[in-house]
Design a protein around this ligand. Structure first.
Ligand code: 5GP
Ligand code: ZN
Length: 119
């Protein structure tokens, strides 16, 4: 069924507590944890607890949950004191764009200058 945990999914294992992570925020529907290979001083992954392969399929299936994800990314930015300086929220979508974990996730990046275009 859509949204159900997948046995072979790393982020489902983090949601289940089977793989450790440095969690910085958790709600009923969302968990946010530090990226293991940070690309900025603040690099937090914000994920729905439900499994969808990418952000667009999440949005198609569960618009409210997608809104939760985005709002909570903003809350993490506030926790990280990144609002004034600015931050970036990225959804790599598809292997060609660098997606390596096929469980929807927002990258929240902050704490350094963020070049545009991003490359
Ligand atoms: P993607 O490349 O799919 O957009 O992002 C996946 C992210 O997950 C990468 O930035 C990678 O560093 C991070 N990542 C991969 N494995 C782990 C892990 O076991 N724990 C944590 N916290 N992050 C991970
Ligand atoms: Zn998953």
């Amino acid at each position: 069924m859509a949204g159900e945990p997948q046995a072979d999914c790393l982020f489902c294992k983090i949601v289940a507590g089977e793989v450790p992570a440095t969690v910085v925020r958790e709600t009923e529907t969302i968990v946010a944890f530090r990226d293991i290979n940070p690309q900025a001083p603040t690099h937090v992954l914000v994920i729905p607890k439900a499994h969808y392969p990418d952000a667009v399929s999440l949005a198609a299936a569960e618009p409210q949950l997608t809104a939760d994800l985005l709002r909570e990314a903003g809350e993490v930015a506030a926790q990280e004191k990144a609002v004034e300086a600015g931050y970036r929220i990225v959804f790599n979508t598809g292997a060609g764009a660098g997606q390596t974990v096929f469980h929807a996730h927002a990258h929240l990046l902050a704490g350094r200058g963020l070049a545009w275009p991003p490359g």
